[in-house]
Structures are given as structure tokens and as C-alpha cells.
Design a protein. Sequence first.
Length: 482
Amino acid sequence: MIAVRSLRARLSLALAGVVVVALVILYAIVVPPLERNLVNARVDQLDSASRRVQANPAQPDQPEAERLGQRVDARVVILRRDLGEPPPMTAVGDSRTHGATETAILNDPIAARAARTGTRQRGTVSRGGDQYAEVAVPLRTGRLAEMAVPVREGERVVLFVTPLEDTLANVRSVQRRVLAAGAVALVVALVLGSAAASVFARRLRRLERAADRIAGGDLDQPVVDTGGDEVGQLASAFEHMRRRLAQLDHARREFVANASHELRTPIFSLAGFLELLSSEELDEETRAEFLGSMQEQVERLTRLAVELLDLSRLDAGQLRVEREEVDLAATAEVLADEFRALARASGHELEAVVDADAPDAVGDGQRVLQIGRALVENALRHTPPGTHVRVRAEPGDGRARLVVEDDGPGIAAEHAEHVFERFYRVEGPRASGSGLGLAIARELTTLMDGRLELRSRPGRTTFTLTLPAAARAERRRAVAAG
């Protein structure tokens, strides 16, 4: 629960952080440029107004300052340059006062720069915590002139001054609005972020409970999340995992049940025969029959133990196969010889058919023989007497094939798709074996990069083992053909 709450807090804070960053960027984009543009516009306005007025040389300084101030709607100060005692300027006219002009005006940097350069100067200054737009112009021979010659002692500089209070007030208003909107947006972001994080947290808690159920072995309840985002995809992955684990658990239970059944049957049979042998007087013929049956059950147990061991190695990934050249023609002959007695006893015809062009295969010779045994035994056990069974070695599409074919009644379609499953057996009077031989054969084939396929119809059933052809055999065929 602590982790979920932490996630909710982090998501809320992350959203709030995004809002804060966005507001900072918005403030930086809007407020400083707005202030700069408005101030520059005010300076331009004052500069333009100062260019439209003309000084009157016959007018005394104070009346002239008042006249110019009215014309440009700004404070006008006429300064005379003094090269003696500081300050370097003396106010001889001021449109806003008849008394002494403040020292800050006498030391005004823009007026000083205009006097020093003899040209019109403009800019902003700050006095007493307030900002002002200023334009300073040298006054020569009664005219506002720009001659690029420093102002001499006794000559005038006209300073036009207008406060920027109203302009900056507009900027401060925009600034306050931006900050207020930012505060509201921040609060909304925190609320919405917390709500959205709570929704995600609830979904994650459901996934957490589902994971706990799966870990506890409860695989029946599905994992459901209707969202199409990453959490929904995670839930889909959990559901896929649950279904897969349920399938594996079902397969495990079936495996244990079937293995127990397969082991129990021969063990009970052996126990019964042993009890009969020890408790009754039996003639030699009956005793020999019982011993023969017991031998069959022991062989069945041995075969089942080997198959279960192979399955466990396959599941653990510990079964290794060799990569060597395998003579499939010789393998077909060996299989025919090995099962000929069993075929004769069960009334089957068994033969090996070898194609002269049959190439060698690349695989594990012992495992190929094991697969062939499973296929031939399956054909002999699941077809009626009189069925003809053939083991063929042949080429096909640049690969090597070992084919076991019979002319029996075939395998029904509903069974054909399951014959390679573990412990699957067709119910009926001819069903026998553990149901593991074909399953192991298919997995061994996969390990050798081959295919094991079934084709069946009434009168013809074919199991085909296809393996990579040996390169040397392919070369021999190419030379013979060329």
C-alpha cells in the first residue's frame, strides 16, 4: 500500500512539476518581452514627440521648458553645461517645477551622454525606485541639433522625461494575471493528478492482487483491465501468463495422473502374478505363462521409466542430440529386422523400401532410431492383422526422409490432431502403450531441426520424419546428376 501511495504522490507531483515548468516558460516568453516592448514603445513615442518640436531662442529658459513640456506632454528640463564645480549640469528651466531641480536630474546619465557626444540620446533610467523614459538633445543656436560635437560650456541640453509608471503598471497587471492563472492551474493539476493517479493506483492494486492470486496457485479467476494503455497491456500480459500457467498446471496434473495410472497398472499386475505364484500350486505351463506375462509388464515398466526420463530431460532442456551423418537406408533396414518377429506374431507384413537416391541425414543416429521405433511400433499396435507396413528412406525437397506407412483403416480426424500430445491414446480395443512415444518423437525431431508429420486417410496412414540432408550426400547426388 505504501508503494501505491508513493506512486500516486509522485504522479501528482510530476504533473504539478510539468505545470510549473510550463508556467515558468510562459512567464519568460510573455512578461519580460512585453515589458521591454512597452518601454521601447514609450521611448519611441517620446523621441518622436521631441523631434516634432522646435526651440525658440528668444524665449527665456524657464518659459521655453514649460512651452516644450506642453507640446510633448512630458517633463522638459533645460540643462546648461558647466565645466567647473560638479555637478556638470545646471538646470535653467524645468517644466514641472519653479524651484530647484533634483540632483539626480543634474547627474542624469542620458543628458551627460548627449552633452559628451553632441548627439541625440535616448533610454530609461531609474530614480527613487521609479523608472523613466528619457530623450536628451543638444540645443545649439536656438535649435535642437545633432552635430556630433561635444556641448561646450554654457551650451544647453534639453532633456525630455516621462514616467513609465502606467506602462509598467500594465506589465505588472499581466504579470499578476499570469501568476494567478498559474496558481489556479497548479491547484487544478494537483487535484486532477491525484485523481488520475488514484485511478492508476486502483488498477495497479488489482494487478497486484491478481499476481498474489496467481502466486498462490489460484489460476481460475481471469485478470481483467479494459484500459488500452500500458497498464492494460500489462494486465493482458498477466492474463496471458495466467492462462499459460493454467494450461501448464492442467498438463502437470494430467501428467501425474496418467503417469500414476501407467505405473500402477503393471505394478498391480506384477503383484497379482506374484501372489498367484506364491499361493497356489501351478503346473509348469501356467507358471511359464505367468512368468512371460510378468516379463512383459517389467518391460512395460522399463519402457515407461525410460520415456518419463526422456520427457523430464526434454522439459529441463538437458537432453542433447548429436550432429552426425545418419544413413537412413540402413536405419530403415534395422527397423524392419528389429520388428519383423513382432509383425509376424501380430499378423502384419513389414518391409523396408529404400530409394537408391536416398541421401544421408544430419542428426543423432540413436535418436533417429528411437523415433523410427516409436513410429513402427505405433503402426503395428494400432492396425488390424493383415495390414501391410512399409519403412521407406527417400529424398524430398533437398532433405532426407524416413517414412513409416501402413494401409490400415487410418486415424480419424478428431484424433489425428492430438496423436503427438503426451499421454494421448485413442480409445478402443487396439489402444495400448503409454501415449508418450509419439510425443517424445516429435520433440526429439524438433531438437534435430526436423519435422514429424502425419497424413492419414482410410487405407493409407503415413508418418514422415524429415531431417536436413548431409552436405556430402548432396554433393554426391549433384555429381551423379551432372
